[in-house]
Design a protein around this ligand. Sequence first.
Ligand code: GUN
Length: 288
Amino acid sequence: MQLIDGKATAAQIKSEIARQVQQMIEQGKRRPHLAAILVGHDGGSETYVASKVKACDECGFKSTLIRFESDVTEQELLATIDRLNKDPEVDGFIVQLPLPAHINEQRITEAVNPDKDVDGFHPVNVGRLSIGLPCFHSATPAGIIELLKRYNIPTRGRRAVVIGRSNIVGKPMAALLMSKGIDATVTVCHSATADIADITRSADIIIAALGKPHFVTADMVKDGATVIDVGTTRVPDASRKSGFRLCGDVDFDAVAPKCAFITPVPGGVGPMTITSLMLNTLKAAKGL
Ligand code: GUN
């Protein structure tokens, strides 16, 4: 069994990006610039956005954080998005989700210029991904593809099973795995799937992205499979300073001995998600 070290891979990629930024500067270009809009003070969102700003520093990017209180109006947010869409000094930007209930998330997502949509959430980017055109790929699935490539895990003609059908992980993960060049045969399981274990047992690659701690157990995994754990459920833990620990969707201790490769939680997929956002921002700065 080989542990997939997302943290080390992410550090490696960030240093590769920093080198490319250095070359851009030497050629007289400006630094790539990522902006983030953060509404309210949700703990998870605060942590994610802080990590994104830190990653920008590590890559040599400029970053701008735009904050609003949770009573911001949709009009105010749309006006800010319009300004960022038109700002030639901003290469890409994200609106951190979730947004308060009175804001229409879909309207916000669709207001972002697809050429600056480094989250890859705009329907234009989702559509371009599904027909194999250049576009921004959702960060978590893109990070997982990067891990599979860098660990030389074969995908062509292999059976991949994605558990979860969310718009930001499950669906784009399936699209990327079946895309030309990756060439996996993909099955998507979800809450209405009958006998998920029967399906996962035939998988060469399992992507667990349903958000249920320890859902994937040893009996669901064949010997020699690769298991990628996207789960990051916060479980109360009084022994931690934060008061919680992150729990994956895979029963790691029981599943790991059967695997060829497996990602840990934390330190697997998580660090790669932010690195993919950095790669997307570099792509936005250079032009798709
Ligand atoms: N909330 C949870 N994941 C994400 C993400 O990848 N991008 C944004 N903008 N918000 C999120």
